[in-house]
Design a protein around this ligand. Sequence first.
Ligand code: ARG
Length: 460
Amino acid sequence: QPIKPWGGRFSEATDAFVERFTASIGFDYRLYHHDINGSIAHATMLARVGVLTEAERDQIINGLEEIRAEIVAGTFTWSVSLEDVHMNIEALLTQRIGITGKKLHTGRSRNDQVATDIRLYIRDEIDAIAKELTRLQQGMLQVAEANADTIMPGFTHLQTAQPVTFGHHLLAWFEMLQRDYGRLIDCRKRVNQSPLGAAALAGTTYPIDRAYTAQLLGFDAPTENSLDSVSDRDFAIEFCAFASILLTHMSRMSEELVLWTSSQFKFIDLPDRFCTGSSIMPQKKNPDVPELVRGKTGRVNGHLIALLTLMKSQPLAYNKDNQEDKEPVFDAIDTVKDCLRAFADMVPAIQPRTAEMYEAAKRGFSTATDLADYLVRRGVPFRDAHEIVGKSVAYGVQTGKDLSEMSLVELQQFSTVIEQDVFAVLTLEGSVAARNHIGGTAPVQVKAAIERAKASLASR
Ligand code: ARG
């Protein structure tokens, strides 16, 4: 049994169950790269301010690099009795390089160490997630560009509302992700502050240089207050909030994909490689990927609530409760990355069934608002125009005719200002083309929006 690094004041061994209950090595081993990087920065700083000699610093750094290589190679055995990643690595370092290893923890505590590690870890994952999010957005733009003129029904209350283009719909998705990207980058700023040097809670008596370790680790600055530094987990909460909102968006997109692939909608096909079948019903092709993304939203929302609840009553400064931050954060990261990867691969492969979309847009009186706007242009007050068109729709429901299928004489029963030119506004093409302003569904606007979106991605 390795001796506990904190065992001096204890007179009996830790209860075997308590040892397992309090250990975090089962999950925090993931932090080993960042733990080693943090230790190297700390040792480098200690040598610079004269607390370690240069020879001691080099011995520590070489020892840590050897340990890193062993962990990467999979030959390192983690020990539960050494509790966590920090003590495992430090204990082995001392075993390897002897007495100098025992000097590494000078002027440091696991409290600032773990806070540093987790910030470094999340920062790297944010950068990976930002790339994958961008790849997904590029895929959306690709499909939007190919479908700037593809007409589909737009819905409110899931009832046919007005025609839109498929490209416009995809740009709506794109905008949701633009905001998510903004939240992610904003969160990164608060993640990227160095708590190293806060030590246990009050700072340390050694002449440490916090700005130097911050700089070595690529942080923007050292954190301001030592008590806050070791107890703050806002950045993890913020990351999970980003993850929850992103997955909420992706869940909405998933829901639409699931609807659109159904034989009731038939708006799109997903390639077979993104679907699975049924063990009993031979005809089935199920949209499992979007369904799972929709489902995984629940688990990420759970992680956000777990972190908020974890922090809500903690007094300053560090409490062991904080050890519980890791599994939710790790799983939120894994889940977000998997979902983004699935979507980034799948979205560009969406195959729109343009004829079905077009036919669906013709049903449900989708150009009724266009007829009302036509009447307004001929001097009818909007409320009266609404009433006139409502009557025309009721007539259409009765006779089974869409507005564009009625004759001029039929339409004139409801208003005498209607003339032959009404048919131009009742077409789906006329309807979308008329919504010609920033943010509108007119194909020219969709194309312009795609160009702006591309420029925005290029400037990242
Ligand atoms: N494994 C611990 C955590 O994740 C490291 C910090 C332990 N600090 C302490 N004072 N027990 O929070």
